[in-house]
Design a protein around this ligand. Structure first.
Ligand SMILES: CC(C)(COP(=O)(O)OP(=O)(O)OC[C@H]1O[C@@H](n2cnc3c(N)ncnc32)[C@H](O)[C@@H]1OP(=O)(O)O)[C@@H](O)C(=O)NCCC(=O)NCCS
Length: 183
């Protein structure tokens, strides 16, 4: 098994998962300063223009090259505009387990885009990449993220006490997972 995910685009109906480019800097910065995203993901705060440039042109790519995971823009299939982001991280190449995390920009919420992206990424991971398990950790209070996990076909497995870190402090998280033997 390779220890780096191949760079590629994944089409999924009205959206396409694709690599970050310099053209995504402005939308990434706007989205990552959104208070809902800042509440549930401990991104740099304030989220500077430099942070957006660094993420889109460098860090999103070096994280893949390091073997940690892979990071995609959730793009509009029609015009390519950034609607959100989804990524894999903390990949365990021995056990073939990895963790998904996502956000959807304020201008694209309410259409179930994160669930669609998670399903597409999960299929690619478990079928094409031969992984055994995809995990998602959502803060207990993050209802939209938890509903998204279930809608994407992940199963709730339990509560991990004090396992999450947000800007607001430590939180319990709900663990969801999709395994290769799930229907
Ligand atoms: C989680 C997130 C990605 C979902 O975005 P989305 O794909 O546009 O999801 P939707 O807005 O379509 O909502 C998903 C579900 O949550 C529900 N929901 C949305 N806002 C809600 C709220 N404030 N309270 C309760 N339910 C809510 C929706 O009704 C929908 O459920 P349904 O399918 O049963 O109708 C988005 O809210 C987000 O970016 N949040 C901040 C970042 C984050 O929390 N990431 C996850 C870290 S694990």
């Amino acid at each position: 098994m390779s220890d780096v995910f191949p760079e590629r685009a994944l089409p999924a109906g009205p959206i396409t998962l694709r690599p970050f480019t310099a053209g995504d800097v402005e939308d990434t910065r706007t989205a990552c300063t959104d208070e809902v995203i800042q509440r549930w993901i401990p991104l740099p705060r304030p989220y500077s223009a430099e942070a957006a440039v660094d993420w889109c042109t460098k860090t999103a790519h070096t994280r893949r090259e390091s073997g940690d995971g892979i990071h995609f823009v959730i793009g509009d299939a029609a015009d390519g505009r950034l609607l959100g982001a989804i990524g894999l991280r903390r990949t365990d190449w021995d056990d073939l387990v990895t963790e998904v995390r996502y956000w959807v920009a304020p201008w694209a919420r309410g259409r179930g885009i994160a669930a669609r992206a998670t399903r597409a990424l999960g299929q690619w991971l478990l079928i094409e990449q031969g992984f055994e398990r995809l995990e998602l950790r959502a803060a207990v209070g993050n209802i939209p993220a938890r509903k998204t996990a279930v809608k994407a076909g992940l199963h709730r497995e339990g509560i991990l006490r004090n396992a999450g870190r947000l800007h607001g402090g430590r939180v319990d998280v709900v663990l969801y997972a999709l395994t290769r033997s799930d229907p």
